[in-house]
Design a protein. Sequence first.
Length: 381
Amino acid sequence: MVSRSANGDVLKVSSEVDEAELMLQGQANIWRRMFAFADSMTLKCAVELRIADIIHSHARPITLSQIATCIDSPSPDIACLARIMRFLVRAKIFTAAPPPQSDGGETLYGLTPSSKWLLHDAELSLAPMVLMENHPSLMAPWHCFGTCVKEGGIAFEKAHGSQIWDLASENPEFNKLFNDGMARIRISRAFNFDLPHVVASAPAYEGVSHVGGDMFESIPNADAIFMKWIMHDWSDEDCIKIFKNCRKALPEKTGKIIIVDGVIREDSDDPFDKTRLVFDLLMIAHSSNGKERSEVEWKKVLEEGGFPRYRIMEISISSLPVIIESSHASHVMSILFVILYLLILTIWICSICRDTKIIFRYSHFWAPTHVGYFFVWTVWY
Ligand SMILES: C[S@@+](CC[C@H](N)C(=O)[O-])C[C@H]1O[C@@H](n2cnc3c(N)ncnc32)[C@H](O)[C@@H]1O
């Protein structure tokens, strides 16, 4: 198709225009992704300099010079800071507002809902995780993806010659970085089970005792086992081994495992969708054949590990991980109830058909019982 100007001159063939526009968009996409690390590096810089904490401590938006005064340095480079803040404002990590006259004409920087997650002392903070995930030791395996595809194997081992848990046990600085990066939980009357070198430096919590061990050998007995971001670190075979050890540690009838982990969903458009896929790549980078799983994949490992029933609960309207609650209560009682229910149903139908005179006499009794048994069975199941 040909486009013409008002005086009839041929402007351009529109398919060429479309093609050129698409090429430009394609180029912009590549530039954006080539430098995507600028997002994480500037975020890391903001956490290292504690910029969110500095603004928060003033309880209102502040100027660049006020931020610079609070940075732990005798002579911070304000021009450099200004450029980094401009980037972070564009990324919606901070706000920048034109100044009121009383502040001497300087831009005022404030917090956003994103920067509030970077406060060091907040109970829910992602600051330690930002530092952990962007540490050179944890970035190095990301450079080995091509080699992993060509040769197979574990990215972390290719970068460091050992698995992540071995590096943590040998290197106290890395161990601290890793443990700080993991979220904290509050529990009363529980034990925290982890590798011996991890529990050795675990902080004390009221009502929580620390127990060291290897979950591939055995897990101490408990009423319920809570595992957050554990199973995605392991292959299906390893998950099944861990679940089997959980089964041994739990009471036969009432035992439960509560898993907080991701579930990959097709066609999801919630705000964490892309991060779930990033977590799957994170498992290539840092774990030993771990992965994020779809519900079908979870069902398979749970079943093979001895937990045939499960239900998935969203933690909030939208959240990165979900809760998978699973129990290994035996099917025997349910089957007995079904048999009993079918038996009573048959007798009741027979009584209606007047096949059995004795039972017919009591048919007014059987009808509500049938509803009752069905109810019991449904509740039990
Ligand atoms: C991703 S972290 C879990 C993070 C933590 N649950 C949280 O939510 O922040 C995985 C944990 O599994 C522990 N771990 C790894 N191998 C283990 C094993 N064989 N036995 C027991 N714990 C192990 C690691 O030491 C680490 O603390």
